[in-house]
Design a protein around this ligand. Structure first.
Ligand code: CTP
Length: 494
């Protein structure tokens, strides 16, 4: 095993690492470790992609700035693939709020421009504390707007024109303050005035401390903005930039924001328009007492990706999600539940539907009676015995329901006898298709396995036989499954 010495890296790369580490309050070694893990997790395939750990200093400079790229962005700068021009001719006004996540907005600009969008940037005073207008301007190749009144500015196009000339306004990061201003119609700086003056759709990517996100004032503002028609992507749960802080409030990743933008602006043909589809995703948590629960390793990534892919094809998607650490998918109505029984109730209330896809790893059992108070250790007494009872089988319930959707799809996670078990589940649960995946020890669990990882290799089992799909990312599996669902539903009249 070889070692990497930070001292031997190029000065420009060291500088980037030093600044990124300082911004996150971690050591340079930790920053390198995180960048490496992130790049490995993000790499679609070791065989099919050419990866370098960092862009050359020239490439960093060519990206418009050299000190504000995230390590991930540096890695991506070395990537050879060119994304499809899904946003060509689209004009996006990006409002960057003042938060540590502002550095991700720089990556977002690059991602949007790679896809053909023209990006114009407004930065709040707070945003300028975190990143410079120079960086945003270099990446957007346009003037960056910061002032409400700037009569001397030759670029001043006025807030009305700024807000109306775009196809979409994106606020990233949407800070608690920006959300509060927008929810209450304030217009005391350029960002809030543009938001008040616009007649175009608005997408917000909130980012803030978990306590600020959970505060009743922010919850009120979020609800008001939702009623006003503002779309949201994120926030996700996870580690915050402040050390020792974790929870919900982390800004969605730039590619998630891009996907939300693509979904909002997509004017292409929609094969699933008018179709109502239910998707379950994630694990369930079955309480033992108020602080302990039984869970499993499902991340929700595959189910959420399927919900998002169906929404992109125009479906009216209702996602019933167990507790997960990823953001609600854009363009999808998400209901959050904890327990299997809650998931079953939520699903049944959503019937009738054209199709239902059961991706959730539902706990098969729950404790017979979860304790009302925390179970205490008592000296000299033996540990408590958990009596388990079976949970409702949600898929089987819907597969044999009086209001059974025309298309019912289940998943089968197996550690052995994959096809035999999948075929048995097809019949027993009344499904039309079973998506079977191997979660055996060799390929199944952990960051590089199916459960928790980003890739999947599935077989589609139906009465007609078994179709093997090659290994691909969970997003690719989702897109292909959504296309299959659209194909299957074509023959059914809306
Ligand atoms: N499923 C469900 N409700 C349950 C258990 C499973 O809806 N209580 C669904 C899952 O969402 C998945 C399919 O049934 O679509 C198969 O799940 P899996 O865990 O593979 O099978 P189980 O029925 O739980 O059987 P076993 O764990 O014995 O393999």
């Amino acid at each position: 095993m070889s070692t990497i010495t930070i001292r031997n890296l190029d000065d420009s790369v060291k500088q980037v690492l030093r600044e990124r580490a300082a911004a996150r309050g971690v050591s340079m070694e930790q920053e390198v470790r995180d960048a490496l893990s992130e790049s490995v997790a993000a790499a679609p395939s070791a065989q099919s992609q050419t990866w370098r750990l960092a862009a050359s200093p020239d490439e960093i400079l060519a990206l418009g700035q050299k000190s504000e790229k995230s390590p991930r962005a540096l890695v991506d700068a070395g990537q050879k693939t060119v994304p499809a021009m899904t946003l060509s001719d689209k004009r996006i006004l990006l409002i960057i709020g003042g938060g540590i996540a502002a550095y991700k907005a720089l990556d977002l600009i690059r991602r949007l421009r790679e896809r053909g969008a023209a990006v114009r940037v407004v930065m709040t005073a707070g945003a300028q504390e975190f990143i410079t207008t120079l960086s945003a301007g270099a990446l957007s190749a346009d003037h960056v707007f910061t002032e409400l009144f700037d009569r001397n500015d030759e670029h001043d196009v006025g807030h009305i024109r700024l807000s109306r000339e775009a196809d979409l306004l994106v606020v990233a990061p949407a800070t608690a303050d920006l959300m509060a201003k927008a929810a209450n119609g304030h217009a005391n700086d350029l960002a809030s005035t543009v938001l008040l003056a616009t007649d175009k759709p608005v997408l917000m990517a909130p980012a803030m401390n978990p306590r600020m996100w959970a505060h009743p004032a922010t919850r009120r503002n979020r609800a008001t903005l939702g009623r006003d028609g503002v779309a949201f992507v994120g926030p996700a749960k996870g580690e915050m930039a402040e050390s020792n802080e974790a929870g919900e409030g982390r800004m969605a990743e730039p590619l998630e924001i891009v996907a939300a933008i693509e979904a909002l602006l997509d004017a292409g043909p929609k094969p699933l328009s008018g179709r109502r589809i239910i998707v379950t995703s994630g694990p369930t948590h079955e309480p033992i007492d108020p602080v302990r629960y039984i869970a499993n390793r499902s991340s929700g990534k595959q189910g959420h990706a399927i919900a998002a892919a169906l929404a992109r094809l125009g479906a009216d998607v209702h996602l019933v999600s167990g507790p997960v650490n990823i953001a609600d998918p854009a363009g999808v109505k998400t209901i959050h539940v904890e327990r299997a029984q809650e998931m079953r109730d939520a699903v049944e209330q959503l019937l009738p539907a054209d199709a239902a896809v059961f991706v959730a790893a539902v706990a098969d059992w729950r404790t017979e009676n979860s304790a009302g108070e925390k179970i205490k250790k008592v000296a000299g007494e033996s540990p408590p015995t958990l009596r388990m009872v079976e949970n409702p089988d949600i898929l089987a319930g819907v597969g044999h329901h009086g209001q059974r959707p025309g298309l019912v799809i289940g998943f089968a996670a197996e550690t052995q006898g994959l096809l035999r078990n999948a075929e048995a589940k097809l019949v027993k649960k009344g499904a039309d298709l079973i998506v079977a995946n191997d979660v055996s020890h060799e390929s199944g669990i952990g960051p590089s396995g199916v459960m928790g990882g980003d890739r999947n290799r599935v077989r589609i089992v139906s009465k007609a036989g078994v179709e093997e799909w090659p290994e691909m990312t969970k997003d690719e599996v989702a897109a292909r499954l959504a296309a299959l669902i659209a194909e299957r539903l074509k023959t059914t009249v809306v």
